[in-house]
Design a protein around this ligand. Structure first.
Ligand SMILES: Nc1ncnc2c1ncn2[C@@H]1O[C@H](COP(=O)(O)OP(=O)(O)OP(=O)(O)O)[C@@H](O)[C@H]1O
Ligand SMILES: [Mg+2]
Length: 368
């Protein structure tokens, strides 16, 4: 199934005044695609899921399933949740505590009035898909967080939904279980081929799971693309700092030009900027920019034949496979993850910056 949001807005009345939870959301999820809504707390992710399932009505705009409008205030159309065949695993998933696992999974089918044998078959099939056959007789209170999570997913999938909505489904799990469940979810979603909208605030989860990601902030979709697009071509400092194993280094800098070549001045060095890295005409004439380079691209080395800014090492973190060096270059902090040598605070390092991986944003774009 295809899911379409067109110019969807949702504003809540509240004691704080009107809260614009979702502003002008436009996105399309293709048949079988796993589409991620990524963003910090309060940016509108759950509200978008609630709009898709039909627990909320859009203030304006329309929502379509396979081209058919399921919600539009302007046209007076609203298909109720019960008629949408959408399954949702809620944030802080709730199982019915007085029902055992079998009854929990069967619940949506019983409500739908399915025949007993059909229910038994569907529950058995779904339970085996999720590897929880052994647990069918248990009560939720006897299960671990990860097991409860699987039961909640089984209960959502048992009805063969057109659309599968997951709201932070892994946030209650510890790191190891989260990684394992993530891989399993991915496999299951592929096998079922069900169109999926997945909410998370965790960029690692988004990057490893998603076919595509929509990055949200304050109710607005800032950028949509594949994980690779968002990593390689962040359009805003916010995207640059939110996506990636480390937030991108963002330094105030001045663009200089000489003989048709542009340079970025960093510390005492002038680093030539490849033409494809020069910002567009968003702010013509502006020379003040935010210069971005990912920590995993910066190399801290004792000596360099290249024009590499000098910095004083202010912190060293050993993370096993890599060492994160923080250096002060002329009052600005720069993180470097690549490099060689052993470092301690107070050392002078040269910081090699591969300019082909650099980013330039107009100054004034706020990364926080
Ligand atoms: N029923 C409601 N009434 C009033 N305001 C609401 C309501 N539901 C959500 N909001 C507000 O809308 C905004 C978006 O909320 P939403 O729950 O969609 O965020 P979220 O991205 O899911 O956050 P989190 O990651 O914390 O779950 C928030 O400012 C929230 O306070
Ligand atoms: Mg939420």
């Amino acid at each position: 199934m295809n899911l379409d949001f067109r110019n969807v807005a949702k504003t809540f009345p509240s004691f704080r005044g009107a809260v614009p939870a979702v502003r002008d959301a436009n996105f399309s999820v293709g048949d079988g695609e796993l589409f991620i809504l990524l963003g910090p707390s309060g940016c509108g992710k759950s509200t978008i899921l609630n709009l898709a399932v039909g627990l909320e009505r859009p203030t304006s705009g329309e929502i379509r399933f396979d081209g058919e409008i399921v919600a539009s205030r302007e046209r007076g159309i609203f298909v109720p949740p019960g008629k949408r065949n959408v399954a949702m695993v809620f944030q802080g998933y709730a199982l019915y505590p007085h029902l055992n696992v079998r009854e929990n999974i069967a619940f949506p089918l019983r409500v739908a009035g399915e025949a007993r044998e059909e229910i038994d078959r569907s529950v058995a099939r779904t339970a085996s898909m999720l590897g929880i056959e052994e647990l069918l007789r248990s009560r939720p209170s006897e299960l671990s967080g990860g097991q409860r999570q699987r039961v909640a997913i089984a209960r959502a999938l048992v009805r063969k939904p057109r659309l599968f909505l997951l709201d932070e489904p892994l946030s209650n799990l510890d790191a190891a279980l989260r990684a394992a469940t993530r891989a399993e979810l991915r496999r299951l979603q592929r096998a079922l081929g069900v169109t999926t909208l997945y909410v998370t605030h965790d960029q690692t989860e988004a990057m490893t799971l998603g076919d595509r990601i929509a990055l949200l902030r304050d109710g607005r979709i800032l950028q949509t693309g594949t994980p690779r697009d968002l990593y390689e071509k962040p359009e805003t400092p916010f995207a640059a700092s939110f996506i990636g194993p480390y937030p991108m280094n963002l330094l105030k800098a001045v663009l200089e030009e000489e003989g048709g070549v542009r340079f970025v001045r960093l510390g005492a060095e002038r680093l030539p900027l490849p033409p494809d890295r020069v910002p567009g005409e968003r702010r013509p004439g502006s020379r003040n920019v935010l210069f971005g380079i990912r920590p995993e691209h910066v190399r801290a080395v004792p000596e360099s034949p290249e024009p590499a800014p000098r910095g004083i090492v202010t912190a060293v973190e050993h993370l096993g496979r890599e060492t994160v060096v923080t250096a002060d270059i002329g009052g600005a902090s720069l993180l470097a993850v690549a490099g060689e040598g052993t470092w301690k605070e107070g050392d002078i390092a040269r910081l090699e910056i591969p300019m082909e991986f650099s980013h330039v944003f107009p100054e004034g774009d706020d990364p926080s």
